[in-house]
Structure formats: structure tokens, C-alpha cells
Design a protein around this ligand. Structure first.
Ligand SMILES: [Ca+2]
Length: 316
């Protein structure tokens, strides 16, 4: 089995391929990759406003979306690896779509109007966060609160029934991730991930909370004065990005549900970890200059095993 280091090297090779296709020949590699998601051996990411896919082991990258309208963002691969849910702007409004991983015609899943264009610090409406562990629903943050265009609530979308939504009871939130049994949510109450403020410790510094969707209880699991965001629930651990190390750089940390202990996972010293994502067996991060390393595999995570779809249950 290849080491994490060699996998990262392979993905840099992928970046070189993209550079050849999209950038001047003098460019060494494509950077500025955004919103990576890994599911098993499949990776989806955003480059130049489109969604691309590639094998986690490297190889050619394929552009999945080619519509001229707007930006496609937040690709999330279904647990069975067959579909990519994402946020697109095809109909004069941002909505959630699903497209086959290998390419095809996107299928629209939401119809409630978005909030319209926002400045970069306002982020995006319809932020696709995750699929439920059983692969039946897509977790999305939609900006539908009565008290702010940049504040969102969580909805579950059924890809087999476009327009049908289930709203979670949590009043507002930012990045979030469901527990393996789907009964709890690790989330940020505050959303500040589109702001570029570094070493920030004032009122919009984020913390990670666990919300029990059955008992309506909440537990705070971080107490660092700075940023703790992008929680990712993997097995008995909740990974998150935090700038709590001595360099004040956002790195991946993980909190163990059982021991309540927190430990550092990545040690980047130059650039922040932004938009980390959870896969079936690993946690992918987007990191230094848009390369795509991934942290160590977790073969013990069985509750995230792929759930087979029947034909036509999503997309197509
Ligand atoms: Ca904090």
C-alpha cells in the first residue's frame, strides 16, 4: 500500500495535467483548486468555476460540468461513488443539482429562490455539505433565515424526489457533518469561512458543537479562542480545522467522542487548511496552494460503507 506521501505526489501529477489543459505552458501546475471531496478512491474538486473529477491515485482529471452559466461549487460525492451533488447557477438562481460522477446532464433538486449575488465575504447560498451516511439524502445549508441573507439553516434533500425537503430543527449554522448513525450533527453555529480574517479571536470566532437531533441537546467540544471550523464526523472522531497551534495556521485536529481528547492531525506551517472534506475511509484536505494531500486512511470506519443505489434513485 502506498504511503500518504506518494498519494499526494500522484495528485500533484494530476494538477500538472490540468495545467497543460487550462493554463499557459509555462505554468508548472494548476493551483487554486477548491472544495475537494474524496469518497473512497474518487476525488471531485472545483477548478476555474467547474467541477472536475480524478482518481485519488492520480491520472487524468475530467471536467464534469461545462455549462457557461455561473460557478459550480461544493461538489460532494455520494457514498456509492456514483453521483456528485453540487451547487450551480443554471437558471438565474443558485440551486442544488446532482450529476453522475462520470459526467452527464445535471438534474435540479431544489426550487426555492436563493438570496441572490453576495459579496465574496458573504459566501454562497445552497452550500452542499454532505450526503447522509445511508446515501439517501443530501445535507445542505440554505440561506433561509428571517434575520440575515448570510445566515443559513440545514435542509435534507431527497435526490429521488426533487423539491421535497426536510428541514432540521437547528435555528442556524455553518459547516456541518452528520454522525455515522445520522442522529447527531457536528456543526459551527457561526459561519465565517468566507472571510479572510486570520488570527481572529473576536465575536465571530467559531467553535464546534455537537447537536443531538433526537434529544435536542447541544454540546460544545472546542474552547480555543480562535477559529475551529469545518467539523467532519469520521467514526468516533470529529475532525475540524483550527488555528490553535503556535503558527496560527489552520490545521486539521480531531476530537475523540469517547475520550474527549483533542489532537493535531496535520502540521502545515505555511498555508491554511481550507474546506477539508470527509470521505468513506479518509479525510481529504485542501491545503497548501491547492494541492490535494489526504490524511491517513481509517479502515476501521464501517458505518460509512457505500450503500448501493437502485437505478434511477438519483440523478439521470
Ligand atoms: Ca474557537
Amino acid at each position: 500500500m502506498r504511503s500518504a506521501k506518494s498519494r499526494a505526489a500522484a495528485l500533484v501529477v494530476v494538477a500538472v495535467f490540468i495545467a497543460a489543459a487550462a493554463l499557459p505552458a509555462s505554468a508548472e501546475e494548476a493551483r487554486l483548486l477548491r472544495h475537494p471531496h474524496i469518497m473512497g478512491d474518487k476525488v471531485a474538486f472545483v477548478y476555474a468555476g467547474d467541477i472536475w473529477t480524478v482518481s485519488a491515485g492520480g491520472g487524468n482529471a475530467n471536467r464534469v460540468t461545462s455549462m457557461p452559466e455561473g460557478l459550480e461549487v461544493f461538489p460532494k460525492i455520494s457514498p456509492d461513488g456514483k453521483w456528485i451533488a453540487f451547487s450551480g447557477e443554471y437558471a438565474g438562481t443558485r440551486q442544488v443539482y446532482v450529476v453522475p460522477f462520470d459526467g452527464g446532464v445535471p438534474k435540479r433538486l431544489t426550487y426555492y429562490p436563493d438570496v441572490g449575488p453576495m459579496p465574496p465575504r458573504g459566501g454562497y447560498d445552497y452550500m452542499v455539505l454532505d450526503w447522509t451516511p445511508d446515501g439517501k439524502y443530501i445535507l445542505v445549508r440554505a440561506n433561509r433565515t428571517p434575520f440575515g441573507r448570510r445566515v443559513g439553516k440545514y435542509i435534507l434533500i431527497d435526490p429521488a424526489n426533487p423539491g421535497v425537503e426536510k428541514e432540521l430543527q437547528i435555528p442556524e449554522g455553518g459547516p456541518a457533518s452528520l454522525s455515522p448513525d445520522g442522529k447527531k450533527l457536528a456543526y459551527n453555529i457561526k459561519s465565517r469561512e468566507f472571510r479572510t480574517w486570520k488570527r481572529y479571536t473576536a465575536g465571530r470566532a467559531q467553535d464546534v458543537f455537537l447537536y443531538d437531533l433526537e434529544k435536542d441537546t447541544i454540546e460544545k467540544i472546542t474552547d480555543w479562542e480562535g477559529t475551529d471550523n469545518f467539523p467532519l464526523w469520521v467514526g468516533d472522531d470529529v475532525y475540524f480545522a483550527s488555528d490553535r497551534d503556535k503558527n496560527w495556521k489552520l490545521n486539521l485536529w480531531k476530537y475523540n467522542i469517547g475520550t474527549k481528547q483533542t489532537e493535531q492531525v496535520t502540521n502545515f506551517t505555511e498555508f491554511d487548511v481550507l474546506y477539508p472534506s470527509r470521505g468513506a475511509t479518509s479525510t481529504g484536505t485542501i491545503p497548501p496552494m491547492g494541492r490535494l494531500p489526504r490524511s491517513k486512511s481509517r479502515s476501521t470506519v464501517t458505518s460509512r460503507s457505500p450503500v448501493p443505489y437502485t437505478a434511477g434513485s438519483a440523478g439521470a
